[in-house]
Design a protein around this ligand. Sequence first.
Ligand code: APR
Length: 266
Amino acid sequence: MPNDSHVAVRNARDMLQDARHIAVLTGAGMSAQSGVPTYRDAQTGLWEKYSPEQLATPEAMANQPNLVWSWMLYQARLMRSVEPHEGHKILGAWQQELNNSGGSLEIITQNIDDLHERSNAEVLSHLHGTTFTFRCFECDVPANYELPPATPEQLAATPELDQLVLEDPPACTACTHGFIRPDIVMFGEMLPQQAMDDALRAVRDADVALVVGTSNIVQPAATLPLAASAAGAQVIEINPKMTPLSEDADISIQGTAREILPELYP
Ligand code: APR
């Protein structure tokens, strides 16, 4: 049940203090305060402005490889150009401390950026892939492609599609007739099975599931907090807005990742 934030934070802090095994589930809201747009926030969300069908499906990539490739490259360059915030750093330190004392803090993220990794946290599972490894769109062979550093002009380019400088995806060096794509899960594609299996194991092992910055509507990620609860874990949500999880969470803190996480640890 959503509580008054101060009470909720105090109760969450008490609940987490004794937790030996914590599963942290993060969504786009975790990266928002680093400067990465979310998907569904009113006005600013990427899917409020563009349709996923146009930019994030295999069909779109097959039909307009250069538009989808350039869009994804823009996203990856933006994500690479921003920095982790205090909330990311807290999770990294918390994970370190629990690992050193025989406990665990396992991070399962829907995000395709590497902000958790760049704040010295290990990520157990990138449910929707990452935008920094690549494979062939045709033959699926991993591509040995390094994201080129962005020029100031490329970074300055706003995400308005009609201002994107279109680039063709590089050809696959294995099959030679395909082109490469980032290792992200596009709409309509299956999640990496290992990523989902690892995530389910972690939430079932957890004493507490900490759900940060997700609208909890995209499946199957949205089933994870419920799986945690069914296995006996307490569920704490951090989100400035109510979500479908808020009523079912043991504690729902209405606040942002960067402000609330430092209040929960150490
Ligand atoms: N701190 C915490 N939460 C925040 C913050 C913040 N600073 N800013 C926004 N939020 C919350 C919003 O209230 C919203 O509930 O983060 C959530 C972001 O929701 P979405 O934009 O839907 O992102 P997410 O839940 O991660 O989307 C899931 O959908 O498009 C696909 O693959 C994409 O991984 C993504 C998946």
